[in-house]
Design a protein around this ligand. Structure first.
Ligand SMILES: Nc1ncnc2c1ncn2[C@@H]1O[C@H](COP(=O)(O)OP(=O)(O)O)[C@@H](O)[C@H]1O
Ligand SMILES: [Mg+2]
Length: 371
């Protein structure tokens, strides 16, 4: 392979004119570099521009501005069939009147491949998705998961360098979806080809991806590994979108490379945290973000740094964890405690109205841009 990147979007814009006559930027100056062999996800809520980005990579849409590169080559108006990518669509779009074999063979027949070759390649694709022996079935005679695998096999049979998958598990129930997530991830690792995967499901993206692009309103908010996205969200949007967070509004009092002192008016206290977002400045109105599982509950009179008092307003025991809802001067803070020890004694739990202290480790106290 000639290029380090399987696919690259450089400052890509896609504008549509809606039937109402308004112009919208479905994709708004998006830049991303997807490495060879990577499992890369685009994650964002409905309408954020995921499908449009994927369709521009596939060649079903052309960019309004910017350029898509595949293997380092600018795609311009290269038609879909001349790009070494293939797409698995959300609705599998299987031909209902055709058998599994015919569905998978269809693309090869269109290319005019010979019968022997078709047989061999379809056989290999079926093996990859573990459907050997199901050749003669019609889609209706398969489970949802099996139909999904036929759709994947049909895309793989053309031996693409890059597989584009647009919410491919959207139609499956939760249990099957989780199985298929692991299966697709294993298949990707085994084949070593690049997957570009579109989903609105954060858990799915975290489970499967090497890297994730978090998108909103046609823009990329952050690109990073699952750990980076969760532990070091680059702004409030990402911290809010991925997992759960407590947010405290504040103002930066002092700032160095690895520490920010932030005054929190609502709590009338200062907290120490790490500056995460790029370009923070002293005096800036910011938001402090703390994940519920990273807060420690202590004695109300404990002598700790980065500490404030709070009152327990509710506790919810859910087996593995207990969710402890607290309030401090009108500010609601959720804490998640893991139940390390088996305990039946109800007095060992927090009671509503109990006064406690909350400790935030500075390294878990993230100072972020407000966007
Ligand atoms: N052909 C089109 N004409 C007009 N607007 C479109 C067209 N395709 C997509 N859009 C709009 O572009 C935005 C992004 O759409 P899409 O890429 O499908 O989002 P996602 O896949 O993230 O849900 C949406 O607001 C959608 O309504
Ligand atoms: Mg979509």
């Amino acid at each position: 392979m000639t290029s380090e990147f399987a696919v690259e979007l450089r400052d890509v814009v896609k504008r549509f004119v809606t039937p109402e006559g308004n112009e919208i930027a479905a994709v708004d100056h998006v830049t991303m570099q997807i490495k060879n062999g990577e499992f890369f996800s685009m994650l964002g809520s409905s309408g954020c521009g995921k499908t449009t980005s994927l369709r521009m990579i596939a060649g079903f849409e052309w960019t309004t501005e910017g350029e898509v590169y595949i293997e380092g080559n600018p795609m311009g108006h290269t038609p879909p069939f001349q790009r070494k990518v293939n797409t698995v669509f959300q609705s599998y779009a299987l031909f209902q009147h055709m058998t599994v074999f015919q569905n998978i063979a269809f693309g090869l027949e269109m290319e005019g491949a010979k019968e022997d070759e078709i047989k061999q390649r379809v056989g290999r694709a079926l093996e990859m998705v573990q459907l050997t022996g199901m050749e003669r079935r019609k889609p209706k005679q398969l489970s949802g998961g099996q139909q999904q695998r036929v759709a994947v096999a049909r895309a793989l049979v053309k031996t693409p360098d890059v597989l584009l998958l647009d919410e491919p598990l959207g139609a499956l129930d939760l249990k099957l979806r989780k199985e298929m997530q692991l299966e697709l991830k294993a298949l990707q690792q085994q084949l070593g080809i690049t997957f570009i995967y579109v989903t609105h499901d954060q858990e799915e993206a975290l489970t499967m991806s090497d890297r994730i692009a978090v998108m909103s309103n046609g823009r990329v908010q952050q690109i990073g590994t699952p750990v980076e996205i969760y532990e070091r969200p680059s702004n409030k949007f990402v911290a809010d979108f991925i997992g759960e967070s407590n947010f405290l509004d504040g103002q930066i009092k002092s700032l160095s490379k690895d520490e920010a002192q932030v005054f929190i008016p609502a709590l009338n206290t200062e907290l120490r945290g790490i500056p995460i977002s790029q370009g923070l400045v002293k005096g800036e109105d910011v938001v402090v973000s703390i994940r519920p599982e990273k807060i420690r509950i202590t004695e109300k009179n404990a002598k700790n740094d980065n500490f404030f008092k709070a009152k327990v307003t509710n506790t919810v025991y859910i087996g593995a964890d207990t969710h402890v809802y607290t309030e401090s001067q009108g500010v609601k803070i959720k804490v998640l405690e893991q139940n390390h020890i088996s305990r039946l004694d109800t007095s060992s739990f927090y009671t509503v109205g109990q006064e406690v202290g909350l400790v935030l480790m500075p390294e878990n106290t993230l100072v972020l841009k407000k966007v």
